[in-house]
Write a protein that binds this ligand. Structure first.
Ligand SMILES: CCCCCCCCCC/C=C\CCCCCCC/C=C/C(=O)SCCNC(=O)CCNC(=O)[C@H](O)C(C)(C)COP(=O)(O)OP(=O)(O)OC[C@H]1O[C@@H](n2cnc3c(N)ncnc32)[C@H](O)[C@@H]1OP(=O)(O)O
Ligand SMILES: Cc1cc2nc3c(=O)[nH]c(=O)nc-3n(C[C@H](O)[C@H](O)[C@H](O)COP(=O)(O)OP(=O)(O)OC[C@H]3O[C@@H](n4cnc5c(N)ncnc54)[C@H](O)[C@@H]3O)c2cc1C
Length: 667
């Protein structure tokens, strides 16, 4: 703990750190997994701080869009000039941390090159293509992006309008955008930075449509960077966030590429146009599964950053009195403030632990795919889709809650909340709109429910609870005893009930109308089932993970995990009261337990967020500064506003001055 306390720190934040009941190093170790990882984080941080080229000339929030795009391009080149400093193969760990330290929370002109283009080359090319494209990708001989979404279609991939029609005589594909709505729209870096792209287009061969497939396409001249003939490309304009990235549009006019530019690891088109289908119809969607899986870690980090800022600020902010005359209190002492922030912190831990599980599952699936085994594909698709949806939604709400908990200063860009929110909330949309992805989970759950009903019950582990009998009354007696398995049983009960309620409703409707219509008319219940399924997964994983903690960190971790579960239950208590599963008295007991947990977590509030090991450089927030000296830093920060460069703005002489002069002259 003491390593975070330095002379000159705000007295309140120092007191918080002195009062903590555990050593933050131990907590960081538990969170990140090993001493080696913590050491590497320190080394990478020291390296980044030692390099002036990674600094921003002025805080990015004071830059206009052109300056941001320029600054982003400059820094990403500097960053990738230095990849020898990290284990670049460790994308999930070192890659993400290194990038976060240098690039901050904005995408940059090469985001898609690393997040989707490279993984698609790695995952979808055959050996010969890999030999050709991978070295060029890694050596940054071109800048790539992933162009799938169109102006008129994003979610429904089967209806993408861009066509890739095979011409066997020429041995070429002809890429074409038959309408305005066929324009590729959104791909990161496509507008001005990328000169190549993985383009997802509907493949036509021998007169038949074979569905969406990925193609490697050169878009611009490698020397002049001018768009090639037949290509129309540009930037789509400013967005809520991601403004360092030139998300772009792209239209093809009968643009020809060689046959071998179709990525052929799974599906293939032979020179005569014969189509060889992949082993699993959705293998071409593998990169989306990859990004959904890494998003969980990224999103939980953003949520933890928000909670860290809100807690540190709440520790130094004094406002109002609890006991009259006793002096203003730290706002962190208000129960309502704790309610706003502590559950957010609990969620960040929960999501991070889930991120590790997903990383491991993803690695297992990749290994299996290498052996030609696609068995786990439906499971990982359902799990990543569900986690992506629930986590990104909760993260967006949590960040906003933290912002509001910081009062007026939370609204300033000095807090970093606007930046964190704008960055994270995009995750609700990209890589599959959240509701649509929840409906994908529901497909998986309805199949599992069907198997249970048919007595087959050879279910994936994550669905095993659907086949359990379960008690019809909660075993909850006292809040203090409400832990581990008892909590899980209750969440299982609610999740199972919702899955079968949705299933029954779907089946009833299917008797009255076509199944697609029945599906649409049950969609709200289906999404609800998916959410409960994912919440259950998250809670199980969280409770299991903290049960492995030892020493002084165990108690705060248990408090966090139980707070997470109590929060879910008390905020959706109707589900637990249904059919008398819980009584009103049991719910009151839980509510009391929830308030007790808030009190218990109060003492360690700051130490818990300190354990996330955010450096000020990474947090990029005046309110969340480690030393707690917020007010003087806010004043310094504001001095950098462009408007403060001169005492008198042109607006005075042009508009306000004449107006006031006229006002005075009329008196
Ligand atoms: C060296 C330097 C290192 C630098 C390191 C950098 C580190 C950076 C770290 C950054 C961290 C975080 C990332 C942040 C950055 C994010 C950038 C954002 C960029 C965004 C990109 C995009 O958005 S790309 C576009 C994404 N688009 C989508 O996701 C579209 C969504 N739609 C779909 O996925 C599908 O169309 C949909 C699933 C909705 C339906 O598919 P459809 O073909 O119509 O199929 P159905 O008929 O519904 O289903 C048929 C069956 O197939 C199953 N299925 C569907 N998809 C899959 C799949 N992927 N895998 C397996 N199975 C699938 C489906 O469930 C059906 O099954 P069933 O059995 O028949 O029920
Ligand atoms: C910041 C950002 C970066 C992006 N980067 C890229 C990129 O690099 N490359 C790329 O190709 N794309 C990119 N995208 C596009 C992104 O993948 C899509 O926007 C996303 O997949 C959602 O698709 P959509 O925009 O077509 O939404 P829509 O599908 O039109 O969704 C609109 C509404 O319709 C609902 N809806 C749609 N279908 C159904 C259904 N079947 N059932 C029920 N409701 C439905 C949705 O729930 C939503 O409420 C990016 C988007 C953003 C915001």
């Amino acid at each position: 703990m003491s390593n975070l306390i330095q002379t000159g720190d705000n007295a309140d934040i120092t007191k918080e750190r002195r009062n903590a009941t555990f050593d933050i190093h131990d907590m960081s170790l538990f969170l990140y997994g090993s001493e080696e990882i913590l050491k590497r984080r320190k080394e990478m941080l020291a390296f980044v701080k030692s390099k002036p080229e990674f600094n921003d000339p002025i805080p990015t929030e004071f830059m206009n869009r052109e300056q941001r795009v320029d600054n982003g391009a400059r820094k990403i080149v500097a960053m990738t000039d230095n990849t020898d400093e990290i284990d670049a193969g460790d994308f999930f760990g070192e890659g993400m941390y290194f990038q976060g330290l240098i690039m901050g929370r904005d995408l940059h002109p090469m985001s898609l090159h690393y997040v989707m283009f490279l993984p698609t080359i790695q995952g979808q090319s055959d050996d010969e293509q890999l030999d050709e494209w991978l070295p060029l990708t890694i050596s940054r001989s071109f800048v790539g992006t992933y162009a799938q979404t169109e102006l008129g279609h994003g979610t429904n991939l089967s209806k993408l309008e861009t066509t890739a029609t095979y011409d066997p005589k020429a041995g070429e594909f002809v890429l074409h955008s038959p309408s305005i709505t066929a324009a590729k729209w959104w791909p990161g870096g496509l507008g001005k930075s990328a000169n190549v792209a993985i383009v997802v287009a509907n493949l036509y061969t021998q007169g038949e449509c074979k569905g969406p497939h990925p193609f490697f396409v050169q878009l611009r001249d490698y020397d002049t960077h001018e768009p090639l003939k037949g290509i129309t490309v540009g930037d789509i304009g400013p967005k809520l966030g991601f403004n360092t990235s030139d998300n772009g549009f792209l239209l093809f006019n009968n643009f020809r590429i060689p046959r071998r530019n179709m990525l052929m690891r799974y599906a293939k088109v032979l020179p005569d146009g014969t189509y060889i289908k992949p082993q699993h119809a959705k293998l071409a969607f593998g990169t989306m599964v990859f990004v959904r899986s890494i998003m969980i870690k990224d999103q939980s980090t953003q949520l933890a950053a928000a909670a860290c800022i809100a807690k540190r600020y709440s520790a130094i902010r004094r406002q109002g009195e609890i006991k009259q005359g006793a002096g203003e209190v730290q706002i962190l002492d208000y129960q309502t403030q704790q309610l706003r922030i502590f559950p957010v912190m609990a969620r960040a831990f929960c999501f991070m632990f889930a991120a590790y599980e997903i990383r491991d599952l993803y690695m297992k699936v990749t290994e299996q795919l290498g052996e030609g085994n696609t068995e786990l594909l439906p499971e990982i698709h359902a799990l990543t889709s569900g986690l992506k949806s629930v986590v990104s939604y909760e993260v967006a709400l949590g960040i906003e809650q933290c912002r509001m908990a910081c009062g007026g200063h939370g609204y300033s860009q000095a807090s970093a909340f606007p930046e964190i929110y704008a960055y994270a909330v995009a995750g609700c949309t990209y890589e599959g709109e959240n509701i649509v992805m929840l409906l994908q989970v529901a497909r998986f759950l309805m199949k599992a429910a069907e198997e249970v009903m048919n007595g087959k019950a050879k279910l994936a582990d994550i669905c095993a609870y659907l086949a359990k009998r379960g008690a019809n009354k909660s075993r909850l007696r006292t809040a203090d005893e409400y832990r581990g398995d008892v909590i899980i049983e209750d969440l299982e009960h609610v999740a199972r009930n919702q899955v079968f309620r949705a299933y029954d409703s779907l089946k009833r409707k299917e008797k009255e109308m076509p199944s697609e219509e029945a599906w649409n008319k049950t969609a709200i219940e289906l999404c609800k089932a998916s959410r409960w399924h994912v919440r259950l997964y998250l809670a199980k994983n969280f409770l299991h993970k903290i049960s492995t903690a030892k020493g002084a960190i165990r108690e705060p971790l248990e408090n966090l995990a139980r707070l997470y579960a109590f929060d879910i239950i008390t905020s959706s208590h109707g589900e637990f009261l249904r059919g008398g599963f819980m009584s009103e008295a049991q719910l009151d007991e839980l509510k009391g337990g929830f308030y007790t947990l808030l009190e218990r977590l109060r003492r360690n509030a700051v130490a818990i967020v300190d354990s996330w090991d955010f450096d000020d450089k990474e947090l990029h927030s005046i309110l969340g500064k480690r030393d707690g000296n917020v007010y003087s830093s806010l004043l310094d920060w504001a001095q950098q506003s462009q408007l403060n460069r001169t005492q008198v703005l042109p607006t005075f002489n042009k508009y306000l001055g004449p107006m006031m002069k006229e006002g005075r002259s009329k008196l």
